[in-house]
Ligand binder design. Structure first.
Ligand code: OGA
Ligand code: MN
Length: 210
């Protein structure tokens, strides 16, 4: 019997993306959801933009989510970071990817929120290698929107799959290769987006983790 991580690794090799339902135990998922809700209630979420570091700018025409980066000093955040550390080790063992570290943020898309089609890393930049998205929405219905549309090629008009952001589903894909978009959500949509990165720091350039 293959375990979850072996299935994810196989899918990443075979087609560059993987959708794994019920990845999380309900308890972990609920505390993550509660933490995200609490951060939102305290006004801790900030509108997300595009571009890293100096080039960072708000872009409400492109994306409308609010985010908060997970912290190792928070027990709940740490529980998820530990799960992803196990995934990192398993993917490295199976795929020799050289995933070096992981960064992740909570994301809340308000009703009407979306994220237009994009890739998570520029080709050759060798920064983000594998993207992960964990969904935290109980009772998400067919008409609630907010699906993740995954495309195989830049020029494709039809997605290869459309994923509902159901509670506990984990999506993984190759950050440089897989264009994707979040379709408009009709009610608040909760998730954690994360990225496995390689070590992109060199003698003359530091590439800091969040
Ligand atoms: C992202 C992203 C997808 C999703 O944050 O870069 O594409 O389904 N998220 O939330
Ligand atoms: Mn993305």
């Amino acid at each position: 019997m293959k375990n979850a991580h072996q299935n994810i690794a196989d899918d990443l090799v075979a087609r560059g993306w993987s959708v794994y339902p019920d990845y999380l135990g309900a308890n972990v998922g609920l505390s993550l959801k509660q933490r995200l809700r609490g951060l939102n209630a305290e006004g801790e979420l900030t509108p997300a933009g595009i571009g890293r570091e100096d080039e960072h700018q708000l872009a409400p025409d492109i994306r409308r989510d609010k985010t908060y980066w997970l912290e190792r000093r928070d027990e709940t955040d740490l529980s998820y970071l530990r799960l992803m550390e196990n995934l990192r080790l398993d993917l490295n063992r199976d795929l020799f990817l050289g995933l070096f570290e992981y960064e992740a943020h909570y994301a809340l898309y308000p009703a009407g929120g979306f994220y237009k089609r994009h890739v998570d890393a520029l080709k050759g930049e060798k920064n983000r290698l594998v993207s992960t998205v964990l969904y935290l929405n109980e009772n998400w219905q067919a008409g609630d929107g907010g699906e993740l549309a995954i495309y195989l090629n830049e020029e494709d008009e039809t997605p290869v799959t459309v994923v509902s952001p159901h509670f506990g589903t984990l999506v993984c894909f190759l950050s440089e290769d897989i264009p994707h978009e979040v379709l408009p959500a009709h009610k608040p949509r909760h998730s954690i987006a994360g990225w496995f990165r390689c070590n992109a720091s060199s003698a003359d350039k530091v590439d800091p983790l969040r």
